[in-house]
Design a protein around this ligand. Structure first.
Ligand SMILES: Cc1cc2nc3c(=O)[nH]c(=O)nc-3n(C[C@H](O)[C@H](O)[C@H](O)COP(=O)(O)OP(=O)(O)OC[C@H]3O[C@@H](n4cnc5c(N)ncnc54)[C@H](O)[C@@H]3O)c2cc1C
Length: 441
């Protein structure tokens, strides 16, 4: 099979490289940033673990489990019980999935039932029944199973079947927190899958999400950082190599195969010679944005809750705030906490060009509206993601399928990444592994 260049040392790229490594193949990973891991990157600041991109894994992440088993690392995964406060008309309602905890706070548990009106509750039951009916079709790794839900937006689907209240107070908060976009922007296939995957619970790594990237990276050949691929060189429908820029110099690396694991629009820019129909698909893939605010704080100001969420009608510029120290003891010492704020949709887009202090001037008063006693932060770290999560817009599954078919005519050219699945860490890992396997076997 000759030598392979993997463009992008992110989630899919590392998974592809690990698969090639295990098969003893010849490959090189090129990464434009000064760190690998892409959107599963994590770091530590002042003893606090920061997950810069992805926040948690779902318990149905089967490809991730396979990779962890291959690396002997399954025990590094930990789950935690979700507890959250959700605001409606300025008042908080508290949900605890730990039964003992829910019983201990009996009054709050009973009060939470008033979050929805009687008709809203009936529609929520209908939603539960719908999940039970279509759940088996909601597969992050096989989007085609949910093709019949691809053409309608999640907002239209929910409003039509379950009414406005379920859309605004149940579905929008979940989908915005997980996609960082609006329910109008994602397909019903993706929106419903996000809700469905969340039901059994959440997991992370004892040392943070970045542990997954670090573990894959330490088992593959060196990732060449600060190496931006400028073009994938094609001769007709055959791959010849890649043109790179590194240390101010341009160079061509010859290759028999290229697996391009960048975001969709970036792949289009690297492949200007593809036919316009293929480029149109790549350029039509939409992403949310996020100015991801991480605050080191004294104590645990969210009172032990993992998340506080405000539906969009409450007017916040974030889709929720979380206390990441709750996820696992390794995240923070007991006297400190890490508050993450997920700005979303147009709010986030506006913040991408703001200075840190301008963002904080918006965010801190919003947090103090939710938690009036919120302390002055010990530090603030803001990571700006102009393209945070692929939104799987209505029609994306069908269009990406056409792209996949068209790619079969190209020798040595492979594309991978979250947009080939239902966008998620799991989808990206699966796409990376499957693409490498296609090349190998
Ligand atoms: C704030 C946030 C929260 C999220 N929360 C969750 C969550 O809780 N659970 C979940 O499952 N998913 C979550 N996601 C989504 C998840 O992280 C992504 O779906 C997944 O990691 C995408 O993987 P990927 O391989 O497609 O892209 P990436 O991991 O982004 O990898 C792409 C890589 O390509 C590199 N690259 C691009 N262009 C070039 C070039 N020209 N040359 C060389 N390298 C290049 C990039 O630098 C990057 O490293 C979240 C994302 C964000 C941003």
């Amino acid at each position: 099979m000759g030598n392979t260049v993997i463009v992008g040392g992110g989630t899919a790229g590392l998974a592809a490289a690990y698969t090639l490594e295990r098969a003893g193949a010849d490959y090189t990973v090129l990464e434009k940033r000064d760190f690998s891991g892409g959107r599963i990157y994590g770091t530590v600041r002042d003893g606090l673990t920061l997950d810069l991109g992805a926040q948690f894994m779902f318990t149905r992440y089967y490809t991730m489990f396979d990779l962890l088993d291959q690396m002997g690392l399954r025990d590094e995964l930990v789950s935690w019980k979700l507890s959250a406060g959700i605001q409606r008309d300025g008042k908080f309602y508290y949900i605890r999935t730990d039964v003992r905890d829910a019983v201990k706070h009996f009054k709050e548990t009973v009060e939470a039932r008033k979050y929805l009106s009687t008709s809203g509750k009936l529609n929520a039951v209908k939603l539960g029944l719908d999940f039970a009916k279509i759940g088996r079709k909601l597969d992050f790794n096989d989007p085609l199973k949910a093709i019949e839900l691809d053409d309608i937006s999640f907002a239209d689907y929910t409003r039509k079947k379950f009414g406005d209240e379920v859309l605004e107070y149940l579905q929008q908060p979940v989908v915005s927190a997980l996609s960082l976009g609006q329910p109008e922007e994602v397909s019903a296939a993706y929106g419903m899958a996000l809700g469905w995957y969340g039901v059994p619970g959440l997991a992370t790594f004892k040392k943070g999400i970045g542990f997954l990237a670090e573990s894959l990276k330490s088992r593959i050949k060196e990732v060449r950082l600060n190496t931006s691929v400028k073009r994938i060189v094609l001769e007709g429908k055959m791959v010849k190599g890649v043109e790179i820029e590194s240390g101010g110099k341009t160079e061509v690396i010859e290759a028999d195969n290229v697996i391009c694991c960048t975001l969709a629009g970036e792949a289009a820019a690297l492949l200007p010679d593809l036919p316009v129909e293929m480029l149109d698909v790549l350029n039509s893939i939409k992403y949310s944005a996020c100015a991801h605010v991480m605050l080191g704080v004294p104590g645990r100001p969210l009172g032990g809750f993992y998340a506080l969420v405000g539906p969009r009608k409450e007017g916040f510029s974030h889709a929720g705030i979380t206390e990441n120290a709750v996820k696992a003891p390794g995240y923070a010492p007991p006297d400190k906490g890490i508050i993450h704020v997920y700005t979303y949709a147009d709010h986030a887009k506006r913040m991408l060009d703001m200075s840190d202090s301008e963002v904080l001037d918006i965010i801190l008063p919003e947090i103090r509206q939710m938690v009036p006693t919120f302390p002055d932060p010990l530090f603030c770290e803001i990571f700006r993601w102009p393209q945070a999560v692929c939104l799987s817009r209505p029609g994306q599954i069908r269009d990406v399928q056409k792209l996949k078919v068209a790619l079969r005519d190209y020798s040595g050219l492979y594309l991978a990444g979250e947009y080939f699945a239902l966008p998620s860490v799991e989808g990206a890992l699966t796409s990376g592994v499957k693409t490498a396997e296609r090349l190998l076997y």
